[in-house]
Ligand binder design. Structure first.
Ligand code: PMP
Length: 305
C-alpha cells in the first residue's frame, strides 16, 4: 500500500522534514533484520486525534527491544510523548503510526551489543489494510505453505523486523495464488495467526483465538476484542486450533491495528458465512472503542493534545 508523505518524521529526538529522514546504506539493522517496530493508529475524536492504546504499544516496543537486548536511549514516557508530538505536528485527524528502533551506522558483524540504537517515528494517513470492503465482503484466506517460526528460532513475541520475512513470504504466496491474506500454522500444525493479524474462529457459539504459545503475537487488538466480547456476553477463549477448526468454523474474522476487525469469507475455498453475527457485533464495538465512545475504555484513548 502506497505511503502518503506527511511533513515531519521524528528521528532521534528531532522532527526532521519527511524527505530528510534518511539512513546510511551500512545501517546495521538493514543488513541483519534486527530492528524492532510497532504499528499504531490514531483516530479522530471530538477532542482531537487520540492514539488507541498508545502506552501498551510503546511498552510492547520496549519488550521487543528487551528480547533483542537492545537498549533504547529513551524512556517509555519519552517515546509516548514523541509519538503524540508527531501526530500533533502532522495535523492529521487520524493516521497510522510507525515507531522503529534499529541498530545504526558504525558497526558491522552480528554482535549487536556495541551498536548505536536509533529511534524514529513516522505517521501517515492509511486506510483499511485489507481493503475498504473487508468488513462487509470479507477476505479470502489461504493456509500458507510457510510455517510460523517457533519460539526457539525467532521469538514471535518480539516485533523484530527480521521476523517479518516469514510474514512477507506467506503474504506474497497468498496474493499470487489469488487470495487476500494467509493463515499461518506453526511447526506442530496448530493455527498461529495471519501475516499481520490475529485470528478468531467461532465454533458452536464460542469464539476461539490461538495462544501466544502457538506463535501468535500478543495482539493489542486481540486483547481489545476479547474485552469487547465479554461486554457483549460472547463466550471467548484462548485455545489451540487445528486446520479443521478453520474449515468447519461458523464464522471467522481477523484483527490487528492495521486491519482492524476484518471478516473472512473463505479458507482454502471453503466458504464461511460472512460477516457472521459475532464479527458484525465486535467490529461495531471496536469502531466505538477506538474513537472513545465507550466510557469504560476511555483510558485506552490517549489524546495527543
Ligand atoms: N500478528 C502479527 C504478526 C502482527 O504483525 C500484528 C500487527 N502488529 C498482529 C498480530 C496484531 O497485533 P496488534 O493488534 O497489536 O496490532
Amino acid at each position: 500500500m502506497p505511503i502518503t508523505p506527511t511533513e515531519k518524521i521524528w528521528m532521534n529526538g528531532e522532527l526532521v522534514p519527511w524527505e530528510s529522514a534518511q539512513i546510511h546504506v551500512l545501517t546495521h539493522s538493514l543488513h541483519y533484520g534486527t530492528g524492532v517496530f510497532e504499528g499504531i493508529r490514531a483516530y479522530e475524536t471530538p477532542n482531537g486525534p487520540a492514539v488507541f492504546r498508545l502506552t501498551e504499544h510503546i511498552e510492547r516496543l520496549f519488550n521487543s527491544a528487551k528480547i533483542m537486548m537492545m537498549d533504547l536511549p529513551y524512556t517509555v514516557e519519552e517515546v509516548i510523548e514523541a509519538t503524540k508530538l508527531v501526530v500533533r505536528e502532522s495535523g492529521l485527524p487520524s493516521c497510522y503510526i510507525r515507531p522503529i528502533a534499529y541498530y545504526g551506522y558504525g558497526e558491522m558483524g552480528l554482535n549487536t551489543l556495541p551498536c548505536s540504537v536509533d529511534v524514529a517515528i513516522a505517521v501517515w494517513p492509511w486506510g483499511a489494510y485489507l481493503g475498504e470492503d473487508a468488513l462487509t465482503k470479507g477476505v479470502r484466506m489461504k493456509i500458507s505453505t510457510w510455517l510460523r517460526h517457533e519460539h526457539n528460532t525467532m521469538p514471535p513475541a518480539s516485533k523484530t523486523t527480521g521476523n517479518y520475512v516469514n510474514s512477507s513470504l506467506a503474504k506474497v504466496e497468498a496474493l499470487k495464488a489469488g487470495y487476500d491474506e494467509a493463515i499461518m500454522l506453526n511447526q506442530q500444525g496448530l493455527v498461529s495467526e495471519c501475516t499481520g493479524e490475529n485470528i478468531f474462529v467461532s465454533r458452536g457459539g464460542v469464539l476461539l483465538t490461538p495462544p501466544s504459545s502457538a506463535g501468535a503475537l500478543e495482539g493489542i487488538t486481540q486483547d481489545t476484542v476479547m474485552a469487547l466480547a465479554e461486554d457483549l456476553d460472547i463466550e471467548c477463549h484462548v485455545a489451540d486450533l487445528t486446520r479443521s477448526d478453520l474449515y468447519l468454523a461458523d464464522e471467522m474474522f481477523v484483527c490487528g491495528t492495521a486491519a482492524e476487525v476484518s471478516a473472512v469469507n473463505s479458507v482454502d475455498d471453503r466458504p464461511l458465512p460472512c460477516p457472521g453475527p459475532f464479527t458484525t457485533a465486535l467490529a461495531t464495538e471496536y469502531v466505538k472503542a477506538v474513537r472513545g465512545q465507550i466510557d469504560r475504555y476511555k483510558d485506552w484513548v490517549e489524546l495527543v493534545s
